[in-house]
Design a protein. Structure first.
Length: 432
């Protein structure tokens, strides 16, 4: 169906996981930025919709959802500035393939390449690596259509820029983003099975710094970590085969002999190539391949970002909660991220570890354990992932974000009538 303004109309449907149906009456898909501006200016209530991969109602609205999926594509590399500018609806998988074709790279990717750049950045989506900031830290500039339909451009270093990047969709609709790039690089990926918890916790810094990106997969029970995924940059290091030989006894684990999937029973062939085979960053930094369903599909997710200094204590706390958590889990993942200065980033001001939980799709049971986990992780100042299921509200989150009040003031200034507000933001951020 096509509206009077020429934009495509669809019913809103549900999110990727299928655990929620959007309350929005319809989804509009503007084809040009001018059309997007008209739509925003004329709407009473609206929200941007990315690729629908969030597990909570962060993207929802009682008004109109706006998808940029069919916005005229933008892809502009600036080799002097080493940046690329893309339209907000671009998916990381598409961006990564094109950058690699032209000899460039992003610093990191999330576990899946299917997500939109604007949607991922809005929630501070991250990959892993002690020295890797989350994906939002690569944003050097953005173009935002604000509540009155006017375009606001902002560049890193300008006042309020650090508040605009991880924006939860609360400030307007990001029509394009400019991201830092670097020359392309190769990566080899090796999986180790059955690491020893005691050895890993006694040497946690050595474990997480042993590759460019490290992920540990566990269900929190027992004395073994089921898998460690190491993504190593190829420059200057030993050849992958030698590196694997050196790590034959990697903290009690042994190298996998066949491709592994983090979730038991799902074929490893749906994952990016492992076994130390070198390949471009664009085919190795994500865990899951673009042409397959990422992870399992039939699932829910939660994640808490904990300051690095509390890593071992927070992990031990999760292990003590195994009796509650393990029966509901498909798998958990532990990753690391570098500190940043983005106001609503869960990595704001502190290197962090991510304690991620991929749940079986039993939402009432999951929602019953979330307050227990959050109470146990509260002493560590844990901040929840904005795009996944969590319990805490604005009164609990505000003290954990030094710039929380500044973000609310920025949102009030850019969206004085609350066009972009929804129940999620009212509960989790604005406290009303
Ligand atoms: C299988 C799976 C694996 C995942 N792996 C990871 C992972 O490795 N690391 C991680 O950190 N997270 C991960 N996530 C979570 C996911 O990255 C986030 O939920 C992310 O926000 C999803 O992006 P999206 O494009 O689907 O956005 P949506 O879920 O559609 O929207 C998220 C938010 O972004 C806003 N938004 C979207 N587009 C715009 C725009 N143009 N302008 C302004 N605001 C906008 C929306 O309004 C909403 O507030 C995973 C999710 C799934 C389903």
């Amino acid at each position: 169906m096509v509206s009077e303004a020429g934009t495509e109309l669809h019913t809103a449907g549900h999110n990727w996981a299928g655990n929620l149906r959007y309350a929005a009456a319809q989804v509009r898909e503007p084809a040009t930025v001018a059309e997007l501006q008209d739509l925003v200016a004329g709407a009473r209530k609206l929200r941007a919709l990315g690729s629908r991969h969030s597990f909570n109602r962060i993207a929802d609205t009682t008004g109109v959802l706006v998808s940029l999926e069919h916005l005229a594509p933008v892809f502009e590399v600036d080799p002097a500035e080493m940046t690329v500018t893309v339209s907000g609806g671009t998916r990381y998988g598409t961006l990564a393939a094109e950058l690699q074709r032209q000899g460039y790279a992003l610093h990191n990717l999330a576990s899946l390449p299917h997500i939109s750049v604007a949607g991922a950045v809005a929630t501070a989506t991250h990959g892993s690596g002690d020295r890797n900031g989350n994906l939002a830290t690569a944003v050097a500039g953005l173009e935002l259509v604000t509540a009155d339909g006017v375009i606001l451009t902002a560049r890193r270093g300008e006042p309020d820029f650090d508040g605009m990047v991880v924006n939860l969709g609360a400030l307007g609709i990001v029509s394009s983003l400019t991201l830092d790039i670097e020359p392309t690089f190769g990566v080899s990926q090796t999986v180790f099975n059955a690491l020893d918890w005691d050895q890993v916790l006694a040497n946690f810094d050595d474990v997480t710094s042993s590759a460019y990106s490290v992920s540990l997969f566990t269900d929190w029970s027992g004395d073994r970590i089921s898998q460690a995924w190491l993504k190593s940059r190829m420059e200057g290091g030993p050849a992958p085969a030698e590196a694997i030989a050196e790590r034959a006894g990697f903290f009690g684990g042994n190298p996998a002999k066949e491709p592994r999937h983090p979730i038991a029973g799902v074929p490893g062939t749906t994952c990016t190539q492992q076994l130390g085979v070198p390949g471009p960053w664009s085919d190795r930094l994500a865990h899951f391949r673009m042409e397959f369903t990422p992870s399992k599909g039939d699932e829910l997710q939660t994640e808490y970002l904990v300051p690095r200094e509390h890593a071992v204590d927070a992990i031990q706390t999760m292990r003590r909660l195994s009796h509650l958590v393990t029966p509901l889990l498909l798998v958990s993942e532990i990753r690391t991220m570098a500190a940043d200065s983005l106001w609503l980033s869960p990595n704001y001001g502190t290197d962090s570890i991510g304690l991620h939980l991929t749940w079986r799709q039993d939402q009432p049971a999951v929602e019953a354990v979330l307050p227990v986990i959050e109470a146990q992780l509260a002493p560590f100042g844990a901040r929840p992932h904005w795009g996944k299921l969590f319990d805490g509200d604005a009164s609990r989150l505000a003290p954990r974000y030094p710039r929380f009040a500044d973000f609310k003031a920025l949102a009030d200034r850019l969206d004085p009538e609350g066009k972009f507000r929804n129940d999620f933001l009212n509960t989790k951020v604005f406290g009303s």
